[in-house]
Write a protein that binds this ligand. Structure first.
Ligand code: CMC
Length: 428
């Protein structure tokens, strides 16, 4: 390897591959000519070493436990910004001026309602349906009501599509919750900001005046900010992959919702609370569950522990842990699940198995405790994650389309049968 290229010796020949520079973190080897030149492909299951694109949106350093949105450290953003501003930042690259902020907020408010026919669609789902399944279906159904393709060459088209998606998605998230509770479905209120509007749409009771609780709104705002983007994770890569076929924005986001649902990804926040409740019911023996997690013959894993990229700590978890303490204090709640979580964290962090594998609590370990304190049911946790991740998905979709990334189409190393002749059924 020289400074700016890598030399591969294969089959008696040397091939050179350029190094692609980065402003922070890993550089990449550009192997786009590899197959043509050598007949070889790379094999990297789970894409642990593979950069799928060049991006300028989010950077995270897994060894140092750092996360930046468009260059701003997550700690500063979580303390000083708000979710609407973060959405603008991710989508547009810079913090907005006051005029840009107002314009963006008004753009979202323009779409702060949803087609009444959508109520008929949600009506036919059983009340027991998981909110993430309902959310993914409704997001896809939005396409039917807003069929105009996004012309990515026209900035206004991109901006409107983003604003529309942001406004309507908050309705869908609120509605999936209200469906599970049998509550009437609300439309937005333009006198409120984005998070207040969602909070009211989701939690307003038909028989009571709605009280806007600032502790809850601030907590939701912070949680949404912390989930807003996380570079090329599973759901984001899905959104980009689906969009790379020039599939529309809403359909691409619907695919992202499905990817997020999985318990190894966003679904972990639900799984964490279920695990903490299970440990509590089973007598609170934390050591027993740590032992189960370490046992290779047991499929149990400590949910909310470990991360594909963070091998030091997850900076979002650190902020959320403090926020969980503050919110529980402010609301005067004592949660046994938090006690178990603290014990689990302590035991795991001192255990060689977790230390050697660099397994630390991730964002999902504490977020569920806050959602629970705010009265949000467990099955809704991943929907809250989706609401937070939406601006990241849209920003990454937009970047992918503006970069003109080619259709995503990985290759494979085939190890199946070599060609053989068909045998008729009576001769098998
Ligand atoms: N409990 C017990 N062992 C674990 C855990 C865990 N939570 N996570 C990883 N390990 C072990 C794993 O068994 C393996 O051990 P060995 O080397 O002996 O085979 C080693 O650690 C490496 O694990 P891996 O599965 O190869 O790591 P990965 O990078 O493929 O997976 C992960 C990352 C997040 C899927 C995994 O750590 C996990 O399943 N964690 C629990 C689910 C969870 O909390 N997910 C939320 C992730 S953060 C939010 C998000 O992305 O949505």
């Amino acid at each position: 390897m020289s400074d700016n290229k890598v030399i591969l010796n294969y089959d008696g020949k040397a091939f050179e591959y350029p190094i692609i520079d980065s402003t922070l973190g890993e550089k990449g080897i550009d192997i786009s000519k590899l197959r043509d030149q050598t007949g070889l492909i790379t094999l990297d299951r789970g894409f642990k070493n593979t950069g799928s694109t060049i991006s300028t949106i989010t950077y995270l350093d897994g060894d140092k436990g750092e996360l930046f949105y468009r260059g701003y450290p997550i700690e500063q953003i979580a303390e000083k910004s708000n979710f609407t501003e973060v959405m603008y930042l991710l989508l547009n690259g810079n913090l907005p001026t006051q005029a840009e902020y107002t314009n963006f907020e008004n753009g979202i408010k323009k779409y702060n309602y949803i087609a009444e026919e959508m109520k008929k669609i949600i009506d036919v789902f059983p009340r027991s349906a998981h909110p993430m399944g309902v959310l993914s279906s409704l997001t896809s159904a939005l396409t039917a009501f807003n069929p105009k393709a996004v012309n990515v060459a026209v900035k206004e088209d991109l901006d409107h599509a983003a604003e529309m998606m942001i406004a309507k998605f908050a309705h869908l998230c609120a509605w999936t919750y209200r469906k599970t509770q049998g509550l009437p479905l609300n439309h937005g209120d333009n006198s409120l900001n984005y998070v207040e509007n969602f909070y009211r749409m989701a939690f307003r009771k038909p028989n009571e005046d709605f009280v806007m609780d600032k502790v809850v709104v601030d907590a939701l705002d912070k949680l949404l900010i912390l989930h807003a983007d996380h570079e090329q994770n599973c759901s984001t890569s899905t959104v980009r992959m689906v969009g790379s076929a020039h599939t529309g924005l809403f359909a691409s986001i619907s695919a992202g919702v499905s990817a997020l649902w999985g318990p190894l990804h966003g679904g972990a926040n639900q799984a964490v609370i279920e695990m903490l409740e299970m440990i509590e019911k089973d007598g609170g023996d934390v050591a027993k569950y740590v032992a189960k997690a370490k046992d290779k013959n047991d499929s149990f894993r400590l949910m909310g522990f470990g991360h594909r990229v963070y091998k030091n700590f997850d900076p979002r978890a650190r902020i959320i842990k403090k926020a969980a303490d503050d919110i529980l204090n402010a609301l005067g709640i004592h949660d046994k699940a938090l006690d178990i979580a603290m014990q689990l964290e302590k035991v795991a962090l001192e255990d060689d198995y977790f230390v050697e594998r660099k397994l630390y609590p991730n964002v999902d370990f504490y977020s569920g405790i806050i959602y629970r304190a705010l009265g949000i049911p467990t099955e809704m946790f991943t929907v809250m994650f989706a609401l937070g991740r939406l601006p990241g998905w849209i920003s990454q979709w937009k970047e992918m389309r503006l970069l003109g990334d080619p259709i995503g189409r990985p290759r494979q190393v085939y190890q199946g049968y070599t060609p053989r002749d068909y045998v008729s059924i009576e001769n098998r």
